[in-house]
Design a protein. Sequence first.
Length: 292
Amino acid sequence: MDINYELYKVFYHVAITLSFSEASKQLFISQSAVSQSIKVLEKKLNQPLFIRSTKKVQLTPEGEILFKHIEPAMNLIRRGENQLLEANTLHGGQLRIGASDTICRYYLVPFFKEFHTRYPNVHIKVANQTSIACAKMLENGQVDFILTNYPNSSLSNANSIRTLREFSDVFVANARSFPLNGRKVSLQELQEHPILMLDRKSTTSEFLHQMFQKNQLDLVPEIELTSNDLLIDLARIGLGIAFVPDFCIPKDDPELFVLDLEEELPKRQIVVACNESLPISQAAKQFMEMLH
């Protein structure tokens, strides 16, 4: 089917903004031209793509299906344009990285500093998402590469994955609130206490739920959050026992202790992953080399 790229471009901007007027501003064309382009595309595809009302615009189920294919294509085109403009130099352009808040804070900051010192004209854009969401962004071509906790169920076989470091997950608590220091504690015993952990959309949550299931136990967290730092703060004031990566725990914290777990939990890794089917910019190559 021969459909002009410009029609898909208009569709993409309307789908992103869910607004004909906002799309017209982004494309520098009239709102009537946007509306006409969508009508032409719908006629060519013989499918309604948007539900229009006086207050809002929504994608139809058919529009949702098309958008899932158009979005990565548009990102790939934009990525190619940026790379051509950079002309394979490090004198400008953009570096797009996906990583969780925890990995950014506790691992990436020194690398950001070094890279910016070497290549001050390259703009570093960081997408802060969970490791699972970062894998989705990589698949859609929204980032050049990601740093993620591993294992990660959302990484595909098309990804090139390299391990950067290993770490252990631990339970931490306030000794006054939970007198468990100095002895072994089992996962079964932990069920009797309030557990604080990351929410279900994280690889950490996946991992801990699997460990409990492996031991034929049910895990019902007291609190689920999106921040390891906040989990540690809540554990410090005695609200529960937090499950966090060991590298997040402040050194010599008088309020916290690490529980001595009876079961041995396997180590996890921080990895860097890129999509082998997509071209890698010079800036991305240089940053990944620094990581190693």
